[in-house]
Design a protein around this ligand. Structure first.
Ligand SMILES: [Zn+2]
Length: 557
């Protein structure tokens, strides 16, 4: 696959068209008719549509597209599209404006300073069913689901369909300098960098961790470029604020990545996303920004326990016969990534054969919670330079009056230190009965964290040292202090053998064991001491005994 075959839409007004639009908007404002105040989120959605991030859509959906999208995940013309794009502003005045709109009428969208920023040319206004929308998009009508909640809390009864045109775009604040349009991304990847393949990666509100890094590195081994699109401003209140996440990314890219093969371009997305269908929308967005491949983890758009573990990966095939290829993008699905102290690297079930007792799991939630208690996560989970920035952005910083965070403390162990539940120490012997995470205290979290800090890189090191000590034929680089200590022990053992030999010599063969030791027993004692001596082998193998090929060196040439 090379360069995505997508016709980018562009409805950003400039030059004469913009002038005219602004004049018309001014008239409309003066008449106080057909104007709607929008919040920043709606403005950002308008910007996404106008710049082509949501190509081929050029506006908000009509009833036909809307219903088709809900029920079969396609626009009315058959184009795959997973989530409805609706302009259903709430508020009585706004709904009143929508109600009276006629086909072809232009609605001016005003930002909070009452400046005209975009306009919609009315195609139709239609009513929709909230419950149906929730059920089709999110698979649930449970109002605790954030996507469902926003349908009920943020949306009005009527939806306006029509083409969107942008007159001016919102300033991106702290993210302004990273902002690129789809067109600019295409230009960068394919004209400037000559890329053949680009892997898109869209990431939610968690701090970037070694699990993400594992995916990025794997993707870059076989592809030219990586497009990282952190979602900003979607943060739930307990998440880490976007500014810190972006700085954390910047740090990771600068310190650990081949800088010119990775591009970071934040996505300012809004309340329209969440759930497995979100994964499809993300793949489309990534494609529109130039990605040929889309890397997706186990729990891409995780919302509590509403969906199965890999649902965001399987939904592509469930919804479309041709899977992600129908979208013009190749899916790269990843299993859950963890750090295995025995492998000495990040790994997945696909590659690591070792047990849970060796594993440090990588969970965004656990990272956040650990930080909330004031602890830096282990380096195996988050790079230290990244963690120090992410930690400053943790919200809320503190704990409640009982010293608890919003998650039970044991869930940190369950999500990050699974070894602790099954083994007495990292890589250690298995417990007879696994611990249950519900019973754990902060002290257990601390113990597990200390264990990882002390021992995560020791297991492989121990094994290596032991093996080197035994098998280094040339002793120049071996731990000579161990040789010496072993030599001394051996010498002492020889003294012991000598003493026992003398004891055997002097022993009375007929002695009563209750008063004096018999010779037979002393002989046994001596035998044991000799065996200990024999098995002391600190100096490794005898090189002379290793040679089995009698050819001389120069006979090899
Ligand atoms: Zn392993």
């Amino acid at each position: 696959m090379s360069r995505p075959q997508v016709k980018l839409t562009n409805t950003v007004l400039d030059g004469k068209a913009k002038e005219t639009a602004l004049e018309e908007a001014a008239e409309s404002l003066a008449r106080n008719s057909n104007t709607i105040m929008i919040d920043d989120e709606a403005w950002i959605t308008a910007e996404m549509i106008a710049t082509g991030a949501l190509s081929p859509c050029t506006g908000f959906m009509n009833a036909e597209d809307y219903n088709s999208v809900l029920h079969i995940g396609r626009l009315a013309d058959g184009t795959p599209w997973p989530t409805p794009l609706s302009f259903a502003v709430s508020g009585d005045r706004n709904q009143e404006v929508l109600k009276n709109l006629k086909h072809g009428e232009v609605v001016t969208l005003l930002n909070r300073n009452k400046e005209p920023v975009a306009r919609i040319t009315t195609e139709e206004v239609f009513e929709y069913d909230r419950e149906e929308r929730a059920q089709c998009v999110f698979g649930t009508t449970d109002k605790r689901h954030p996507g469902v909640r926003s349908i009920y809390e943020r949306m009005g009864d009527r939806s306006l369909a029509g083409k969107v045109e942008l007159m001016s775009r919102p300033h991106w604040g702290a993210f302004e300098k990273y902002r690129l349009t789809p067109e600019q991304c295409f230009d960068y990847f394919y004209n400037k960098k000559g890329a053949r393949t680009v892997v898109g990666f869209i990431t939610g509100a968690n701090p970037v961790h070694r699990g993400h890094e594992h995916i990025h590195r794997t993707a870059l081994e076989n592809n030219d470029m990586l497009l990282i699109q952190p979602l900003v401003q979607l943060a739930k209140p307990e998440y880490i604020r976007s500014e810190y996440r972006i700085q954390a990314y910047e740090t990771l890219l600068n310190k650990y990545y081949q800088r010119d093969r990775a591009l970071m371009n934040p996505l300012r997305v809004t309340y329209i996303f969440a759930g497995p269908r979100e994964a499809i929308l993300h793949a489309i967005v990534a494609r529109n920004f130039g990605a040929t491949h889309f890397a997706i983890g186990r729990d891409h758009a995780g919302v509590g326990s509403y969906y199965g573990d890999y649902e965001c990966q399987t939904i592509f095939d469930r919804l479309y016969d041709g899977g992600s290829k129908e979208l013009g993008i190749e899916l790269m699905s990843f299993n859950e990534v963890f750090y295995c102290a025995r492998c000495g690297t990040t790994a997945t079930e696909n590659t690591c054969p070792h047990g849970k007792q060796y594993r440090v799991a990588i969970s965004g939630t656990a990272i956040r919670e650990l930080m909330r208690y004031g602890y830096m996560p282990p380096k195996e989970v988050v790079r230290p330079e990244v963690a120090r920035i992410a930690m400053q952005g943790i919200q809320p910083k503190g704990l409640d009056e009982n010293g608890n965070s919003i998650y039970p403390v044991g869930s940190i162990v369950k999500k990050m230190f699974p070894f602790y539940l099954v083994a007495k120490r990292l890589g250690g012997k298995l417990r007879e009965k696994p611990l249950s995470w519900e019973d754990l205290k902060l002290e257990d979290v601390e113990r597990a964290l200390m264990d990882v800090r002390e021992n995560s890189d020791r297991i492989l090191k121990d094994i290596a040292r032991d093996t080197e000590q035994q098998f280094d034929v040339n002793r120049e680089v071996s731990a000579c202090w161990l040789d010496e200590a072993g030599e001394y022990s051996k010498e002492r053992q020889e003294h012991m053998i000598k003493a026992l030999e003398e004891k055997v010599e002097a022993a009375d063969p007929e002695a009563d064991n209750r008063m004096f030791q018999s010779r037979a027993e002393a002989e046994k004692e001596l035998e044991t001491a000799k065996h200990v001596h024999h098995s002391m082998n600190s100096k490794g193998v005898d090189p002379k005994k290793l040679q089995w090929n009698p050819l001389k060196y120069d006979e090899y040439r």
